[in-house]
Write a protein that binds this ligand. Sequence first.
Ligand SMILES: CC(C)(COP(=O)(O)OP(=O)(O)OC[C@H]1O[C@@H](n2cnc3c(N)ncnc32)[C@H](O)[C@@H]1OP(=O)(O)O)[C@@H](O)C(=O)NCCC(=O)NCCS
Length: 178
Amino acid sequence: MPEIPSSTAPVAMRLPRYTKTEQDEILGGGADPFGVDAAGLTWLPKTEHFGVTYDDRLLAHAGLLRLPIAVGAATTEVVGVGGVAVASDARGRGLARVVLAAALDHARTMGPRHALLFCRPPLVPLYERLGWHPLDEEVLVEQPGDRVVAMPLRTMVTPLHDDAIWPSGPVRLFSLPM
Ligand SMILES: CC(C)(COP(=O)(O)OP(=O)(O)OC[C@H]1O[C@@H](n2cnc3c(N)ncnc32)[C@H](O)[C@@H]1OP(=O)(O)O)[C@@H](O)C(=O)NCCC(=O)NCCS
C-alpha cells in the first residue's frame, strides 16, 4: 500500500478512460478478480468511470451506465453501478465509500431515480453500510442468444433523490447486466 498520510483525504475524480489496463492496475491481472465467474454471465461495460488515484497509482474504481428496466408494471431506467474495485493493499480504508460517493453524485445528474448493482452475497452488509438495500424479488436479466435468466447474484438499489421510492414487484432488466 502506498503510504497515504492520514492528513490526506482520498479524492475521487472522473476518469477519462477505464480499460482492462486500468482494471489490472487496481486488481492485478489474476483470474476472476470479482469472484463472479461461476455465475457464467456476460456483462456490459460501463460508460462513465470514477476513480481514486494516489501517487500516480489508480487505487479504486466505480463505473456507471444508464439501463432500461421494468419493476412490476412500471417501465423506467436505473443507473447501473458496476466494476466497483479497490486495490487489495488499499482496502478497509474507505476508498469504496469515496469512489461510490463520487459516482453517485454524478448518477444524480443522469435522470433515473435509483441506482442498482449486483454483488456476491457476502458484500451485502458492506453495501448496506453505504446506504444500499437488497431486493428480495426475482431479477431477470438478458444474456446473449436472446436468453433471459434469473440473476444469481444479489441485487441492491439505492435512491438517487430524496423522494425516490423503489416500486414493488419483480424486476426485469432489458439489457445484459452491468
Ligand atoms: C468490495 C471492495 C470494493 C470494498 O472496498 P473497500 O475500500 O475495502 O471498502 P471500504 O473501506 O470503503 O468500506 C466500505 C464500508 O463498508 C464497511 N464494511 C466493510 N466490510 C463490511 C462488512 N463485512 N460488513 C459491514 N460493513 C462492512 C466499512 O467499514 C465501510 O464503512 P465505513 O466507511 O462506515 O467504515 C473491495 O474489497 C474489492 O475491490 N473487492 C474485490 C472486487 C469486488 O468484489 N468488488 C465488488 C463488486 S460488487
